[in-house]
Design a protein around this ligand. Sequence first.
Ligand SMILES: [Mg+2]
Length: 196
Amino acid sequence: MNIGIDMDGVVANAIAKAVKNVNSKYRLNISTEEIDENGTEAKVYERLPVNFRTLLNGKSDIRPAIYTKSFFKYLSAYDGAHEGVKKIYELGHKIFFVTKIIDWENSPGEKYYWLRKNFKSIEWNLICVERMEDKALVDVDIIIDDDPRVMETFPRTKILMKRNWNKKYRERRCDDVCIEVSSMLEAAEQIRLLEG
Ligand SMILES: [Mg+2]
């Protein structure tokens, strides 16, 4: 099968660095646990002292503060990410990393660098999309993602990586639209079971 795997929030720990960047830039003390809903930017903006909001001229776009140069190049990998992806590959599946790009000028190259560094021993492809919903157009059999928008739009099998920021989505959701996992190793095991 063709397996689509998201990068940020699934294999690459972007949130830890994003929060660290804004904490140091705006002298805040936000913890990653506070990001319990999608949209790091909005959450962080909410926490900015009024004088910083004034500096930003009422604009809530603090992405330049978050996504500093080389941001995606040096992210840490989540525990079990390497082993889990390798396991899926060894089951005989094709790996497609499917990622949304915010800054097209720099981040595709940075993400490609990160993947080359982290997944040296397996073959993979990289697919970059403009919007989260565009992942629904990618013709993979299974998608592994942490974003509720992907869970809501992707038409085939969906595996949701449980993270703090999709907690509210998981609580709200009453239908059984996706398989929930806590690590890439668990995702690999679910894929093995799906094969029957
Ligand atoms: Mg993600």
